[in-house]
Design a protein around this ligand. Sequence first.
Ligand code: SPD
Length: 276
Amino acid sequence: MIWFTEYWTENVGLTVKATEVKKIKSKYQEILILETPEFGKMLVIDGLIQTTERDEYIYHEMLVHPGLLAHPNPERVLIIGGGDGGSVREALKHPSVKEVHLCEIDEEVIIAAEKYLPTISEKLRDPKVKIFIEDGNAFLEEKKNYYDVIFLDSSDPVGASEVLFSKEFYEKVKASLKKDGIMVAQTESPILQEEYFKKAISQIKKVFRNVGVYLAFVPTYPSGMWSFTIASDYIDVVNTKRPEKVKELKTKYFCDSIYDCLFSLPKFVQDIINKS
Ligand code: SPD
């Protein structure tokens, strides 16, 4: 038994008891699978909690469904990062989706997820899914004007993931989207990672004409308050009317009432966005 702590800042962290620890050293990072009494199996990369069996649905549903519902007919989807498969699973809940490309730099994340997190990775081998073990930045060079929706299911902007939060990268994402395409990115915690949050929003605003920010409450992420940013040049993502199909989705967190007030934000978050 060990106690594992993710340090959220120099002064605060989240500590969980783990009864079993599997350690995988990949070419890129250290991957841990922790067996925890409270959150079930937990995927940790370089000391940062990526997902847990108990609360993963919150993040994955909230990353994926708003973007796919805002698009009138999403067929081609790209997920950058997200090797655990949770976002793939959610994307496949939309009947219009014909192909899901997953671009994950580290194959070991996929291997670990398939071995230890079967409920999250269960759809990775679906015939609609194609997996590319590649750097997202390089991958986007190969596919222009192709996707309806692109999801940035990245880790925090440190080390290899830092580039995924830059203006140059968002420009590449835009070039890989069709004219009416939509990007949705995880954009960190407005409370404990205000600088990361601000930077992401300000760079996204420079690249896309319509930008909306929304929140979800993910207990195992820093502060629990997590942000997502949805952006498009052509689609007015913030003012899209709720489609009937929201009710048909099998979800545990995302639902019609959340969709209706998706962009209602606490005042301090609005202030940060307006200043970004
Ligand atoms: N602080 C952790 C942020 C992680 C966001 N991505 C998680 C990937 C889960 N599919």
